[in-house]
Design a binder for this molecule. Structure first.
Ligand code: AMP
Ligand code: MG
Length: 488
């Protein structure tokens, strides 16, 4: 299939078009000037059924740059309206200020929204330009694919386009687009938008749409709204447990950046931990650390509370509370299970909590690199010096290693089997800020090879990549100076 010739469905548009601009606005994308394809995601294109040769065609580039001119034939580009709590404060209407949904592609029974981020302003842009700069687009493109390949639910990215369009931020930068693809772009804030305007019919219509589209098996269930919320609670708990397990810090967990299907969405000032530091704040604009690494699990629940509040017209308070109460046990169960597998345990046992917590404490006190530590732990034997040498407090590590050794002895795995298991859950590569920065610096000079190298590496982060060995070690000293803010 060629994407530019595809018949894109548009259930959101079809469902809500008769209600004026209550849920959406029809928009015409403003295409980028002199667009150049930085990268197309062949792995994901294949999953969507898009021909590989289509990715190098001028028509594909045109579409990805926001020049739609009648193609694909069924396109009805729209921007969605939503509101949200930003940094804990009600912010009112936000909406898709710079994301335009072209339509949906159906593949194996699933519907995927094809959305362009950065293709110009919409009625919800407020005073901003609807553009995205190359630097932030590279970060979103690479990180969403990195997360997917780490096994974490996320929006996907199909293509990345650079251009000669000038975008004014702190300085003049190149405008870019990312084609973001997801099975839903509905956010917690989409429901809050109508709830706080006392439009309970619109809340219901949106919930019915989500259920019809994403959970058709529940359409005739009496408790379908409860099931939608419960699913979101469980998926969000799982997603955040996985974030914590790979050291991912989202940075802007506002309710408009939380997905109703539990995807990681809206990659802005995110970061992966280098040295393990629960206090880490990746967003330069988050002075109080509301969205610090260690706060993410509790912010997830705060956000789900905001979602539940916006669904009060659809179910009883008892049901809302019953759904929310599942968050904590699900998070804890998931986190324990993943952390146990990261240290090579086949099964989590109650005493393992102490072993895991003591380890995390040691990593923190000793400033140990999170990703490298777990990857090298696969090679553990009591005489392994390379692991021990990552700690300043060697005796502290030795005491832990003794307990760890005793715990491993309870299993019947060989060292080799254990290492194989651990290498399948402890990535060798994550998208550290400095790596993204290196590819951005090259791309800003017109060299897109580093972006494509990182894409390839991050698409199989558990494998060895000799050509990218430089990205498997400790970050360089200059990485400390990098700061990432919301300005993108
Ligand atoms: P964020 O906190 O990055 O998720 O952004 C909050 C809201 O601001 C979102 O609804 C965006 O659509 C909107 N926004 C961010 N940057 C721009 C921009 N350059 N032009 C228009 N809207 C924007
Ligand atoms: Mg956002």
């Amino acid at each position: 299939m060629k994407l530019h010739e595809a018949q894109l469905r548009h259930t959101f548009f079809e469902t809500f078009k008769n209600q004026g601009d209550l849920h959406l606005s029809q928009v015409v994308p403003s295409g980028l000037q002199e667009p150049v394809l930085v990268s197309a995601n062949a792995q994901f294109a294949q999953q969507l059924g898009i021909d590989a040769d289509n990715l190098n065609s001028p028509e594909f580039l045109k579409l990805m740059a926001g020049h739609i001119e009648g193609e694909p034939s069924s396109t009805n580009p729209i921007a969605l309206v939503y509101s949200g709590h930003q940094f804990g404060v009600w912010a009112g209407q936000l909406g898709d200020g710079r994301a335009i949904t072209l339509g949906e592609l159906e593949k194996d029974g699933a519907l995927w929204d094809i959305q362009l981020k950065g293709a110009g302003s919409t009625p919800y842009s407020r005073l901003a330009d609807g553009r995205a700069v190359l630097r932030s687009s590279i970060r979103e493109y690479l990180c969403s694919e990195a997360m997917h390949n780490l096994g974490i639910a996320t929006t996907r990215a199909l293509a990345l386009v650079d251009s000669q369009t000038q975008v004014y931020r702190e300085e003049v930068e190149s405008g870019a687009t990312v084609c973001r693809v997801a099975q839903s772009h509905i956010r917690f804030g989409s429901f809050e938008h109508f709830h706080y305007r006392n439009q309970s019919k619109a809340v219901k219509a949106l919930a019915d749409y989500v259920i019809q589209r994403n959970f058709p098996q529940w359409v005739n269930q009496e408790n379908k709204y409860y099931l939608m919320l419960e699913n979101c609670v469980l998926k969000t708990a799982k997603m955040i447990a996985q974030w914590q397990s790979v050291g991912f810090n989202h940075g802007v967990m506002n309710t408009d950046n939380m997905s109703i299907i539990g995807d990681t969405i809206d990659y802005g000032p995110f970061g992966f931990l280098d040295a393990y530091d629960p206090e880490h704040i990746c967003n330069h604009s988050d002075a109080n650390g509301r969205y610090s690494f260690k706060n993410q699990p509790s912010v997830g629940l705060w956000n789900l509370n905001a979602l539940a509040t916006s669904l009060t017209s659809l179910m009883s308070n008892d049901d809302l509370i019953r759904a929310l109460k599942q968050y904590e046990p699900k998070f804890i169960h998931q986190f324990r299970h993943i952390m146990a597998s990261k240290i090579g345990l086949e099964e989590y046992q109650p005493d393992d909590e102490q072993l895991i917590n003591q380890l995390l404490e040691l990593l923190q006190i000793n400033n140990v690199d999170y990703t490298i530590f777990f990857r090298t732990l696969g090679e553990f034997t009591q005489s392994n010096q390379a692991i021990r040498d990552q700690f300043i407090d060697r005796e502290g590590f030795d005491a832990w290693a003794k307990k760890y050794s005793a715990r491993l002895a309870q299993q019947s795995l060989t060292d080799q089997q254990r290492q194989q298991n651990m290498n399948a859950v402890n990535p060798k590569y994550v998208l550290r800020n400095y790596m993204a920065q290196a590819s951005i610096a090259a791309a800003q000079k017109g060299d897109y090879s580093e972006v494509n190298l990182l894409l390839e590496v991050l698409q199989s982060p558990f494998e060895e990549h000799p050509q990218a060995e430089k990205y498997a070690g400790l970050p360089p000293d200059w990485a400390d100076q990098l700061s990432v803010s919301c300005s993108s």
